[in-house]
Write a protein that binds this ligand. Sequence first.
Ligand code: CP
Ligand code: NVA
Length: 317
Amino acid sequence: MKHYLQFNDLTADEYAHIFARAAEIKRKFKAYEKYHPLADRTLAMIFEKASTRTRVSFEAGMYQLGGSVVHLTTEGSQLGRAEPIEDSAKVISRMVDLVMIRTYEQTKIEAFASCSRVPVINGLTNEFHPCQILADIFTFIEHRGDKSQSGNLTDCLKGRTVAWVGDGNNMANTWLQAAALLGFKVNVSTPSGYEIDPKVLGHLGLKSRADCYAFYSDPIKACEGADLVTTDVWTSMGFEAENEKRKAAFANWCVDARLMKAAKPEALFMHCLPAHRGEEVSAEVIDGPQSVVWDEAENRMHVQKALMEYLLLGKVS
Ligand code: CP
Ligand code: NVA
């Protein structure tokens, strides 16, 4: 049994398989081809934080695979009345085949997984958002991969540069995990005080891997020569009390035309959404020709269907 709690819970080889399956599953969806490999299987979704994309993509995706879903929130379940996470895991995992959790600390999802009889998927924690990076990389491959190439789809990332502009948050940490695993580079620019957690850099050995990671205090420098420019909200869920302070600190970390111009002319723009136009990204960029944010959002569903298929059925072809 495999859990998907962090991006590096799977190998490069497993990603190559999942991306190939995501492409095929997406093709079937677009052709209205019925595909029900998860008939009679149930996914429990536990949300301790708000969601639009994660909820819709997992719920619609599971139904499309022939399965069904149970939707739980903190307030609507005993989790909100202090039932231990371990007890909840023991009970829920006796009744369903798969669990997706969106919560606060990574230690919480790890505690759940350690008591679960079934695979657990991270639908976002304070530290990581692996399903989003799965979708982002798939979207990059769709737009920039060599269509004639039938080999390993992750090869198209090798030697590329991603510019991360903004908070050193769950998305940034997960991009760095992906870079270390799949062989590309992330140029990070954050305001002072909002850098990547040194523990994350330490675990990945990134301090000494100039091929995977570089830090720039100037966001324009981080974007120079990048194949992809990406950002996220200045204030993530759970950090709302810091909103005003963050608005002042992040004022210079807005992806606008000036930053996109520093990147390669064919660079893509991505944002996991929800976005705040005029804060972390200008309307001109997110609604402009280099932006692929709507494909990126849609692809959450296709890659997660491939992920669920893999966790429950292994390598099907
Ligand atoms: N990108 C993302 O995870 O969106 P939601 O918060 O709407 O699920
Ligand atoms: N970093 C954001 C991502 C939202 C999808 C957050 O954690 O709120």
